[in-house]
Write a protein that binds this ligand. Sequence first.
Ligand SMILES: [Zn+2]
Length: 318
Amino acid sequence: MLKLLTAMLASLTLLCAAPVRAASPPAGQVALTFDDLPGLSLPNQRYVDSFNHDLLTGLRRHRIAATGFVNEGKLDELDRGHQIAILKRWLQAGMDLGNHTYSHESLNTLGARPFVADIAKGEKVTGALMAARHRHLRWFRFPNLETGADTATKSFVAGWLAAHGYRSAPVTIDPDDWEFAEPYDDAVLHHDHARAAYIREAYLAHSALTIDWSRKAAHALFGRDIAYVMLLHASKLNADCIDSLTGLITRRGMHFTSLDRAMRDPAYRTPDPYVGADGIEWLERWSQALHRELPWDDFPEVPASIVTSYDKLENDRH
Ligand SMILES: [Zn+2]
């Protein structure tokens, strides 16, 4: 009898709680974006073909419509025909493509006019592939998220993008995957399976912290979850982690959406007043516009062992 009473009370509590839950903000949605197509690193064509294949297979398995941002300068770094075929496969798999400039040179180093020339140079192949499918190239992602170190540069480039039908793709979850991806390539290419497994785990742990931080930051700014835009790169790391990475998002009750749909969230109408040399993500930009503090004390840093590995590889290259 007591058990029955307890069960009845519990269901009554649930019933009472239901309207409160319905009124709470909807769970956040996440649009995945992958920069530096056909690949963040290009050790050899087979490697790049293979991780793109695995990444696309994973995205399709989870019914995710992602957006890939292309650096056409990378097409000639390996076999041009194969590299273009990778871009076609992205479109065939139901993904969208955007422009990430031809050379991936920073706006800060190039200056405004050479930078927009580099954007125009970077749309030739991708634009034609899209046009053949009656689609338009509309998304642009700033390399290193550097949008202009001074007001004149920032507004010149923003004006050029608008006049050429581009929209800048913001970033509201940035798990620094590039910093893990290069040590991961190195481990894989040296057949160091233990190290590769360690990097995958460190990357997923850091991604989980980054997602949680972005949600906390969105609550500090808007009092709710927003539709997030996650910055990733076309890499073997993400191809190998795609199931676990999507699991991090779905386990939090979040769902996938496209970049177009995510951008319908009114949060993306918040002004971006930031002018400066650093490539910062958009929650930080909006915190300046809204004069609200972000939870910096909880900001997740990339583990020191990963930073050291990345820096060592960079030093060896130069
Ligand atoms: Zn990039």
